[in-house]
Design a protein around this ligand. Structure first.
Ligand SMILES: Nc1ncnc2c1ncn2[C@@H]1O[C@H](COP(=O)(O)OP(=O)(O)OP(=O)(O)O)[C@@H](O)[C@H]1O
Length: 672
């Protein structure tokens, strides 16, 4: 049964309304990302054909600049080959015209063919030259494109690597960076589309010149015939993009549901709470809507194509009628008309290439602009690499420092004063979120104080060459990196040396120090084992084993300031005690150790303890002094030791977890 048209339309509208309702219920509407390659997708559809044309010179100039920076020779070859192709194409048409003139002359056929022969050879030569130039252009473009992409990518990476942490955490910069990453591919595509556009322009110029020379009326005629298909191409392309965009927004919602139904994170609730059938029900409604939307837009596109083809056909008919009139009225000869038909066909193909080329070029340029903007922003917020040089410090002073994270309204640090002295352990204690890690990051030079100053032997960090500061610091951060690389690379990344490669002796010593020896010995390929089980031959380490590797990395770095933030959180009791003992040994050679841990049994051996509370230093002193004060630290310590069934008196301060005695212990332990 054939349904009436209106009924079919209603069915599609109904399916879309139902799908939209599902989308609104689950996601509040269509999912339009504000990042990445989706941001500018289809942006050219908002631009008129003339608007795009106006932007053309700037877009081409941009590609030329990129190409020039990446590979000048390849760029020159492409330019030469493109112009050459235009010239050969024009000369080919002139030659064709000559052949036709000779062939349409009066006289016996063999004579006419003979006199057309030189022109035939000439046209063939132009054809071969054009083919050679096309090949040269293809080869040079193939060489240029990846270089442009690499050039753009390396430019971005080099800058982002050096940007201040605070900038990296800024929401606007993050968004810009997401889109800019697509700019590297866009830079390559800009070359492709620029070549396409230049090729079409040169070809159109060549055809136009030949036609104008043949007969003044032929040039406007060519415009008449090529404009309708040009308009049709713009409209069709716009429709296609709209279709893709509409489908993509629906598809994205479906993608989210597919993920939710198959992911491990959601598996429990999908099963126990009955979330599975509910989500699948909405998935099916959305799928039906997406299909209806696709169908509707496909029909609209077909209609546009039909109108464009009809217009093009009418224009062609008019043009051929005009040609016939020129011919019959003696205003043009048969050879000129034949050449004009050939030229117009070439011109039509070129125009279609020009239109799509410009559209793509414009879209890619938006991504490339973001890349340029991200590079400029990164330069603006780059970590300074000039200024006073910082060397192994005797004293680091944090003076009245305050700091607020980007996008946060409360201070993470508020008027903090801390002193670190050579050959001592300084511990930061305090509740979760009190500011310990933030303070350590500021000391490591990862953030700049909002107010106050941090001085390394009197040199204000703000005026210093920050790379020289980083050189003095080794980190065992709370969230240390588990590089998906070999065990060797994981340790060597503590102080990578591009020129000399890994120091094997130091590597072994670092493993021994960190207790990573048995971990490495158990690995199938020892230090060369890949620590990523997603790949063949790769293994996954336990949390404690990873922590040993991170500690080995810190040791391999051998820096005069060591910042250890919860360095034993994943270790068992024995390894924890051993690790703290080794960390304490570091001070013997003058190292400054900043220790952050909630395990107060280990903190008690520090030379000085700073207790943070809501971003402020609430109290500080030795373990003994703080226990005697009977405030925050004493409460925390007593709470922890109570868990082990021991009740140290506030003044005695002896922990229940046995520790190894070190020179630092001798200086600070109340039991010494
Ligand atoms: N990258 C960040 N961006 C925004 N806010 C942050 C960031 N890191 C920490 N904060 C906030 O700054 C404050 C201090 O955090 P910090 O990590 O320094 O505390 P902490 O004492 O080390 O905590 P914990 O004991 O849990 O490790 C907290 O309010 C935290 O939410």
């Amino acid at each position: 049964m054939i349904r009436p048209r209106r009924a079919r339309r209603n069915r599609a509208a109904e399916a879309m309304a139902v799908g939209d309702a599902s989308g609104r219920e689950l996601f509040g509407g269509k999912l339009k990302p504000t990042w990445g390659r989706h941001l500018h997708r289809g942006a050219h559809t908002e631009l008129s054909f003339l608007g795009t044309l106006r932007r053309l010179p700037r877009l081409i100039a941009r590609s030329v600049r990129l190409g020039w920076a990446a590979d000048r020779i390849a760029l020159l070859v492409v330019a030469f080959a493109q112009i050459g192709q235009g010239v050969t194409s024009a000369l080919g048409l002139v030659g064709t015209n000559r052949i036709l003139i000779e062939l349409f002359n009066a006289g016996p056929t063999p004579d006419r063919v003979r006199s057309a022969a030189p022109a035939l050879v000439f046209v063939a030569t132009m054809g071969v030259t054009g083919a050679l130039l096309r090949a040269a252009s293809t080869a040079a473009t193939g060489r240029l494109e990846p270089k442009v992409e690499r050039f753009a990518e390396v430019e971005l990476l080099r800058r982002v690597m050096r940007v201040e942490m605070a900038t990296l955490e800024d929401a606007d910069f993050k968004r810009l960076l997401q889109t800019a990453k697509w700019g590297t591919n866009a830079s390559r595509l800009m070359i492709t589309y620029s070549v396409q556009v230049v090729n079409a322009l040169v070809s159109l110029a060549a055809v136009g010149t030949v036609l104008a020379v043949l007969h003044p009326l032929l040039l406007p005629m060519m415009l008449l015939i090529i404009l309708p298909p040009g308009w049709g191409t713009v409209r069709s392309a716009r429709r296609r993009y709209e279709s893709v965009l509409a489908w993509t927004d629906h598809g994205r919602q479906q993608g989210e549901i597919v993920w939710a139904l198959t992911a491990q994170d959601t598996a429990q609730e999908v099963r126990v709470h009955g979330a599975g059938p509910y989500l699948l029900h909405h998935y099916e409604r959305m799928a039906a809507a997406a299909e209806a939307e696709k169908e509707r837009l496909a029909k609209a596109e077909a209609g546009t194509d039909l109108v464009a083809s009809a217009l093009s056909g009418v224009a062609s008919g008019l043009t051929y009628l005009t040609l016939a009139w020129l011919l019959l009225s003696g205003r043009a000869d048969l050879a000129t008309s034949g050449t004009a038909v050939l030229a117009i066909r070439t011109g039509t193909t070129s125009l279609a290439g020009l239109v799509t080329g410009i559209q793509h070029l414009y879209e890619q340029a938006l991504f490339a602009n973001d890349l340029q903007e991200a590079c400029a922003q990164a330069d603006l917020h780059a970590i300074p690499t000039s200024g006073s040089t910082i060397t192994a410090p005797h004293r680091v002073r944090v003076k009245d420092v305050s700091f607020t994270y980007p996008g946060r309204d409360h201070k993470a640090l508020d008027g903090v004063d801390v002193t670190l002295t050579r050959g001592t352990i300084v511990a930061f204690a305090g509740e979760n979120g009190s500011g310990k890690t933030t303070l350590a990051k500021l000391i490591a030079g990862l953030y700049r104080p909002e107010s106050g100053s941090i001085e390394w032997d009197g040199v204000d960090v703000t005026d210093a060459d920050r790379t020289s500061l980083f050189d003095q610091v080794a980190l065992v951060p709370q969230d240390f990196v588990r590089w998906d690389l070999t065990a060797r690379a994981n340790i060597v990344l503590g102080r990578p040396d591009i020129d000399t490669g890994p120091d094997e002796d130091a590597l072994r010593a670092a493993c021994a120090y960190a207790g990573a020896g048995p971990v490495v010995a158990d690995l199938p390929r020892g230090l060369d084992t890949l620590l990523d089980r997603n790949y063949e031959g790769g293994v996954e380490l336990s949390g404690g084993q990873w922590q040993a590797i991170a500690l080995a990395r810190e040791r391999y770095r051998r820096a005069p300031v060591v910042i250890a933030d919860e360095p034993t959180s994943a270790l068992d009791a024995r390894k924890e005690i051993e690790t703290f003992a080794r960390i304490r040994e570091l001070v013997a050679d003058g190292t400054i150790v900043v220790l952050i841990t909630h395990r107060l049994a280990s903190v008690q051996h520090a030379d000085h303890i700073y207790v943070l509370d809501k971003g402020r230093i609430a109290e500080h002193g030795t373990h003994h002094e703080l226990m005697a004060a009977g405030a925050i630290y004493a409460d925390m310590f007593t709470l922890q030791s109570d868990q082990y069934g021991a009740h140290p008196t506030k003044a005695s301060g002896s922990g229940t977890i046995p520790t190894t005695r070190t020179p630092a212990d001798e200086r600070t332990s109340p039991n010494a």
